[in-house]
Write a protein that binds this ligand. Structure first.
Ligand code: SAH
Length: 363
């Protein structure tokens, strides 16, 4: 079964040639009429996938207090921007807000800025965060020049990627073309790519590497504000330090799908290369990377989970215990997901992060 977007993309390929994966991903996710995020709320049990804040309120509570402690550690500047790119249903920000109400001055000083491309999800966020001082922005560049405490969960994995395969004659880009009228993956002829020179050391012929062009200006916007005005960023996503081959994937109805089969109907993501994010931010800020499970445990997930369990029984208790396990267990989200913290060069890292960090200095 084809989709209206598949027909539009086929026409575009016929006239202009194959699309980079980044062009394909951007259209599939954000095309104004047919894009995946532009047209639906994909989150939760009834949607296509779920995320940590939708799994348990504890995620936002602990990370909210982590941000608030970092704000206190840097002298509690007021006013300040509390920002979230890709806020989904607004659940994470709602949990952060509730958990931080006891932090003196935090609510009074916070100006909430949400960076959201989807009109459908903006409406869901407006309802969820009704009554709070929220402003919406289209990109991170639109954030005010002010002290910035920012959290992003599963935002960077949705930014479009490009893929390149190493050959003896240079790099071939993986592109979306047409074969017998159907979208199909192909490779461009080999070409030199000076921007991939640093990947010659850690790849062999035949290996695929991924780049994420939009992540660089996004990180520069964040790190620039944090360095100039104070602040911190917590970036949580699945991925690792360095990119590891082909991680492009589609998810539909909680199951893996073919990324080319139904453009606009499946969520498309790829692993986040935290080293590349660190590289974009490094001249301005310093930071550290830690597995999500370790961070949440250090921030007090155990006692918080126990406290919540005391008020629960039956199916609600079982759900709560399985959510605790899912967020932290190394075989579930605990190790696949990582958290990157970013602060000004001289500032302390937020609670839970090791000062040594993961190879930050030679990112
Ligand atoms: N952080 C939420 C939602 C993750 S889904 C959670 O953890 O539940 C990805 C989110 O990023 C959605 O809100 C989607 O609409 C938004 N998004 C994707 N690409 C974007 C872009 N280029 N600019 C702004 N928002 C984007």
């Amino acid at each position: 079964m084809t989709t209206p977007l598949a027909d539009l993309l086929a026409a575009r390929i016929r006239s202009g040639g194959p699309l980079t994966l980044a062009d394909y991903m951007a259209e599939c996710l954000l095309h104004p009429a047919h894009g995946y995020y532009a047209t639906r709320d994909p989150l939760g049990a009834a949607g296509d996938f779920t995320t940590a804040p939708e799994i348990s309120q504890m995620f936002g509570e602990l990370l909210g207090l982590c941000l608030a402690q970092s704000w206190l550690d840097q002298g509690a500047p007021s006013p300040f921007v509390l920002a979230e790119p890709g806020p989904g249903r607004g659940t994470l920000m709602a949990d952060i807000w509730r958990a931080t109400r006891g932090v003196p001055g935090f609510h009074a000083g916070a100006q909430l800025h949400l960076v959201e491309a989807s009109p459908t999800l903006r409406a869901v966020q407006a309802e969820r965060l009704a009554g709070l001082p929220v402003t919406w922005a289209d990109t991170l560049d639109d954030l005010p020049q002010a002290p910035l405490w920012l959290i992003a969960n599963e935002f960077f994995d949705a930014l479009p990627i490009r893929q390149f395969q190493r050959t003896g004659e240079g790099w071939r880009e993986r592109v979306v073309g047409l074969q017998d009228g159907r979208l199909t993956l192909g490779l461009t002829p080999p070409a030199p790519r000076p921007d991939l020179a640093d990947r010659l050391a850690d790849t062999a012929e035949g290996d695929v590497v991924e780049t994420r062009p939009a992540a660089v200006p996004a990180m520069q916007a964040i790190a620039g504000r944090v360095a100039a005005h104070g602040g911190a960023a917590l970036i949580i996503d699945y991925g690792d330090w360095g990119s590891r081959g082909d991680t492009f994937q589609a998810v539909q109805d909680h199951r893996p799908a073919d990324p080319l089969a139904q453009p606009g109907r499946a969520d498309l993501t790829a692993h986040v290369d935290f080293r590349a994010l660190a590289r974009a931010a490094r001249p301005l800020a310093h930071g550290a990377l830690i597995p999500q499970g370790v961070l949440l445990a250090r921030l007090g997930l155990g006692p918080r989970s126990q406290r919540l369990a005391e008020g629960l029984s039956g199916a609600a208790l079982e759900n709560h215990l399985s959510a605790t396990h899912r967020l932290t267990d190394p075989g579930e989200m605990g190790n696949l997901f990582k958290a990157l913290a970013l602060v000004p060069a001289q500032a302390p890292l937020p609670p839970g992060f090791d000062p040594a960090g993961k190879g930050w200095d030679d990112a």
